[in-house]
Design a protein around this ligand. Structure first.
Ligand code: PAF
Length: 288
């Protein structure tokens, strides 16, 4: 039986509502987001819909996962538009708290997944994944889901959340959904909204790099140095793109691999734009 759509802003009332629904035997799915919803998010919501009786969307631009010089203040926000899109996917509840409701003054506790958070984005965004793991833990405690759905574009984030759920015995199933791409290959991202026409064109070098490495792998190449050179070439040829990292890592442990003999992830972060306008984009592809 459907329930009337509700938006909750206070953690206490959100949790009380879910406690009632759980008492009624409903299976709960949550899709945590920072808003600025695009087709990638809608794919998460549809996957959640197929998994549960009640789908909760959370929208919270989490300050603790942004570094001091990152884009917290300009991160795109459109709650009304987001809720309209999400409701078209059949969500039941939305949790949209204010920052003050989520972080207690004097908070001293955070969740840090140690090794998985060190390489890749963790190296250039210190503290980012502790912010993610902490807010996801809090969102889990507030929305009490049976299943939580995350996108595979944030590959390292997904690996960290899976490990956290395992290590801390959360009784929550983590479901992941493949990257949704624009027709020309660009991975969907809320940050694509920052791209100028030239940046948007330069941003295609990421998916071109992944495709080049995949083609080399399909042709029999297994050496990481060669696969990485193939992945880097289109990005290095692009004047508006600067590589943060392009790496091949074990798909589970995120340790470096020299030869692709088992499931590995080719992950990249690239800054696109000129001196005055920079957008950091990530993308990845699992190979092997
Ligand atoms: O992937 C995101 O949008 C965020 O990192 C998340 C998981 C909602 C935590 O703020």
């Amino acid at each position: 039986m459907n329930i009337p759509f509700e938006i909750h802003r206070a953690p206490g009332t959100m949790r009380a509502r879910v406690e009632d629904l759980r008492r009624d035997g409903r299976r709960i799915a949550v899709v945590p987001t920072m808003g600025a919803l695009h087709e990638g998010h809608l794919a998460l919501l549809r996957a959640a819909r197929a998994q549960a009786d009640i789908v909760i969307l959370t929208i919270f631009v989490n300050p603790t996962q942004f570094g001091p010089n990152e884009d917290l203040s300009r991160y795109p926000r459109d709650e009304t538009g987001d809720l309209a899109k999400a409701r078209s996917c059949g969500i039941d509840l939305a949790f949209c708290p204010e920052a003050a409701a989520m972080y207690h003054a004097g908070a001293q506790t955070f969740v840090d997944v140690l090794e998985l958070a060190k390489p890749l984005c963790g190296a250039s965004r210190p503290g980012h994944f502790a912010g993610v793991a902490t807010i996801v833990t809090k969102l889990f405690h507030i929305t009490l889901p049976h299943v939580a759905v995350f996108g595979e574009k944030d590959y390292q984030q997904l690996a960290i959340i899976r490990r956290m759920v395992r290590d801390l015995d959360f009784a929550i199933e983590i479901l992941s959904v493949p990257i949704v791409r624009e027709p020309d290959g660009l991975a969907m991202s809320s940050r694509n909204a920052y791209l100028s026409i030239e940046d948007r064109r330069a941003a295609l070098s990421l998916s071109a790099g992944l495709a080049a490495a995949q083609a080399a792998y399909a042709a029999g190449e297994r050496a990481a140095t060669t696969l990485l050179a193939a992945a880097r070439a289109p990005i290095e040829a692009e004047p508006l793109a600067r590589i943060d990292y392009v790496e091949l890592r074990d798909a589970e442990e995120l340790t470096p691999v020299e030869r692709v003999e088992h499931r590995s992830v080719l992950a990249m972060a690239v800054v696109v734009g000129n001196e005055t306008r920079k957008t950091r984009l990530i993308d990845n592809r699992v190979i092997g």
